[in-house]
Design a protein around this ligand. Structure first.
Ligand SMILES: Nc1ncnc2c1ncn2[C@@H]1O[C@H](COP(=O)(O)OP(=O)(O)OP(=O)(O)O)[C@@H](O)[C@H]1O
Ligand SMILES: [Mg+2]
Length: 476
């Protein structure tokens, strides 16, 4: 009797285990869930929306394309009964697309929505009761996500102004020529103060999300950055990193190729939305003796005039070795919103470079480098990076060459009274902060210091100062 009972229990347990295995390993569970959903759905009235691939004049319907991009990003696509595998827009990228007559489920604001693909349309199905509450925000959400994906996928381009008098212009694209922008620098590859990096990233992030805010204020949706610091400290590389972070094309304005103010106006008006407009070495241009019909007023209008208000979501970046030679009007709020200082290498940056270039986190020669840097010897990250790269097979040799270069630099500084780098217009080690945003300026003194009002006042007292400004040593 007991044996029979035991046998019965064993048989029942085996059957239960097999049933669970069968449900888990086969599609039964999936079919059951699907069936239950279908039953539940049958109690509700649904509305369908058809998004055709082509609009009435046989042009591709942009909404259809965006929804396809969005659907491809849903993990549920991979769970559909049949999906297409295609090569993506970049090498090694594979895109999973919904096959014809397949359905994918999405959820938004607590509502379940389905997309079904047909050869010439995408069909959205939504419960009638959810329609008013969900449809518009859902389509808005699709737009946002698709735009973000497009932006990430986009191949960045570098635009260069073709020049004015005598130089050839490309007729179909106006004043600009473009080529793929493949600069390898990213925010991660640049060795700089982590706090500065994060503040700039946060600032850019806030900017791109602030469309409504700028519109409400009646302000042009643009933001301007001044990158200042000695040569070889990473200003140009930082612009490349900004472009990658934002997914923006770069318009590199060569001021020496501009014929006159009108030419500059046209140039800025022809830049696309979501782009970086870059002017490198502004100080060198302003102080150079080259004859140009471009006036300071023309430049000011370029930075903040009506032509620069054409389009939206533009980031303007100006790089200079020193702010000293720049007319304060150029730096006033609105023309420059954020000042970012690029200093010579300190010990922390040196260690980051040693780690990235030599794979060395600690070394017995580090102390010597630290002492030399503290005693005032200085090199740019570009100089230190180059020494490390050319000696990368031997970290010790690389560090010794850095030490020897620092010793040479210290010797030169000693001979010229510590002003060697200042003479080349650069060492701003006395600056209190690396990033100064308008929002972080609290005192009148800080404000004046930032926008050069003190300098402006002293320049008024100096009858010999030129239009484009002269260096006021007492304030640097
Ligand atoms: N902070 C840094 N971190 C890593 N590499 C750097 C850094 N600064 C400069 N470099 C390297 O040094 C080289 C020169 O940098 P970059 O051209 O960006 O300097 P720059 O400040 O624009 O100089 P310039 O004022 O002469 O135009 C690049 O190859 C870059 O990779
Ligand atoms: Mg540069």
């Amino acid at each position: 009797m007991f044996v029979i009972l035991l046998l019965k229990i064993l048989v029942l347990t085996a059957v239960a285990v097999l049933t669970v295995k069968l449900i888990v390993k086969t599609a039964i569970a999936f079919v059951l869930v699907k069936g239950m959903r279908a039953v539940a759905d049958s109690f509700y009235a649904h509305q369908t929306y058809r998004v055709p691939k082509f609009n009435d004049n046989l042009r591709e319907n942009e909404l259809h394309r965006k929804i396809r991009v969005y659907i491809e990003s849903l993990p549920a696509v991979e769970d559909s009964d049949s999906a297409k595998l295609l090569t993506g827009s970049k090498p090694n990228e594979i895109s999973v697309q919904l096959d014809v007559n397949q359905t994918v489920t999405d959820s938004f604001l607590g509502s379940r929505l389905t997309w079904t693909s047909s050869p010439d349309a995408l069909i959205l199905r939504i419960r009638r009761s959810d329609r008013r509450r969900v449809l518009r925000p859902y389509l808005h959400h699709i737009h946002t996500i698709a735009d973000e994906i497009d932006q990430r996928r986009k191949e960045l381009r570098l635009f260069i102004n073709c020049g004015a008098e005598g130089t050839e212009r490309e007729s179909d694209s106006g004043l600009w020529r473009s080529l793929p922008f493949t600069h390898p620098a990213t925010m991660e590859t640049l060795s700089m103060d982590g706090d500065v990096k994060n503040r700039v990233k946060a600032d850019l992030d806030q900017f791109v999300k602030s469309k409504q805010y700028y519109h409400r204020l009646g302000r042009v949706w643009k933001r301007s950055y001044l990158l200042y610091g000695p040569s070889g400290t990473g200003k140009s590389s930082f612009v490349a990193a900004m472009a990658k972070l934002l997914g923006f094309d770069v318009y590199d304005v060569d001021l020496t190729r501009i014929a006159d103010d009108a030419d500059l106006k046209l140039l800025i008006a022809q830049t696309a939305n979501k782009s970086i407009v870059l002017v490198e070495d502004l100080d060198r241009f302003l102080t150079s003796k080259t004859t140009t019909k471009l006036s300071l007023t023309g430049l000011l209008n370029f930075m903040d005039g009506l032509a620069s208000s054409c389009g939206e979501e533009k980031v303007m970046v100006f790089t200079v070795n020193s702010k000293d030679a720049i007319d304060p009007a150029v730096l006033r709020p609105g023309r420059i919103d954020v000042h970012i200082h690029f200093p010579l290498c300190d010990f922390s940056s040196f260690k980051t470079l040693a780690s990235s270039h030599l794979g060395v986190k600690e070394h017995k020669l580090f102390n010597q480098v630290e002492e030399m840097l503290q005693s005032g010897a200085s090199l740019s990250p570009a100089e230190i990076g180059e020494l490390m790269m050319s000696n990368r097979s031997s970290p010790t040799r690389a560090l010794k060459s850095v030490i020897s270069a620092l010793q040479t630099n210290a010797g030169e500084r000693g001979r010229v009274g510590g002003h060697k780098r200042q003479a080349s217009g650069s060492d701003l080690a006395g600056e209190p902060e690396s990033v100064i945003c308008r929002e972080s300026v609290h005192t009148v003194r800080e404000f004046r210091k930032l926008y050069g009002l003190l300098r402006m006042r002293s320049r008024k007292e100096d009858p010999h100062s030129s239009d484009f400004g002269s260096v006021d040593k007492s304030l640097s």
